[in-house]
Write a protein that binds this ligand. Structure first.
Ligand code: AMP
Length: 190
């Protein structure tokens, strides 16, 4: 099964993706993690994206689409991918559909984690204090939330039109969110 975890930054996508990896052996494809790894390694790509990410802006479609494409064979072998933080623009969503179609695959389910902005702000302040992740600073986070609302949220009708969208209340506990995701995956598989 190929699943997209959809939602604003700090909605809990990473937490739920990691659980699905350990419980179901799926592969997590997080473009944010891939880009952070590129920065840590000091690669050319890392140097190109560091400032953009620190400001909270989106990196180019071309870069993230290439990162995802590279990892699709691995996900296929594992029997499924969890797309976490990708796609974030309509161009990315269309490219993903085309890349999967060319491999005889598709997105099966899109789970939208709904969390209100106030809760996101509180979560991010805690994460910033705990981890010091540079783009969790209040200024960059505002830019990230703006990018989500302006460039990413418009993808919801795209997936709704494909009848793949399921909404989950991301304000619930991690366990309750996990159960809701499992129910949606079970319903989609049957
Ligand atoms: P994340 O860890 O998913 O919150 O991503 C952290 C940052 O990486 C984002 O604020 C963007 O700068 C960049 N990024 C991650 N995924 C994407 C994507 N699909 N498209 C554009 N930029 C991305």
């Amino acid at each position: 099964m190929n699943l997209i975890l959809f939602g604003p930054p700090a909605a809990g996508k990473g937490t739920q993706a990691k659980r699905l990896v350990s419980e179901k052996g799926m592969v997590q494809l997080s473009t944010g993690d891939m880009l952070r790894a590129a920065i840590s390694s000091g690669s050319e790509l890392g140097k190109r994206v560091e400032g953009i990410m620190q400001r909270g802006e989106l990196v180019s479609d071309e870069i993230v689409i290439a990162l995802i494409e590279e990892r699709l064979p691995e996900a296929e072998k594992a029997g499924g991918a969890i797309f976490d933080g990708f796609p974030r623009t309509l161009a990315q969503a269309q490219a993903l559909d085309a890349m999967l179609a060319s491999r005889g695959a598709k997105i099966d389910l899109v789970i939208r984690l709904k969390v209100d902005d106030q809760a996101l702000m509180e979560r991010i302040a805690t994460r910033y204090a705990e981890t010091g992740r540079p783009d969790d600073n209040p200024e960059s986070f505002k830019v990230r939330l703006g990018a989500y609302n302006e460039q990413t949220a418009p993808l919801l009708p795209y997936y709704q039109g494909q009848n793949k969208l399921v909404e989950v209340d991301g304000m619930e506990t991690i366990e309750a969110v996990a159960q809701a995701i499992d129910r949606a995956m079970g319903a989609s598989a049957s």
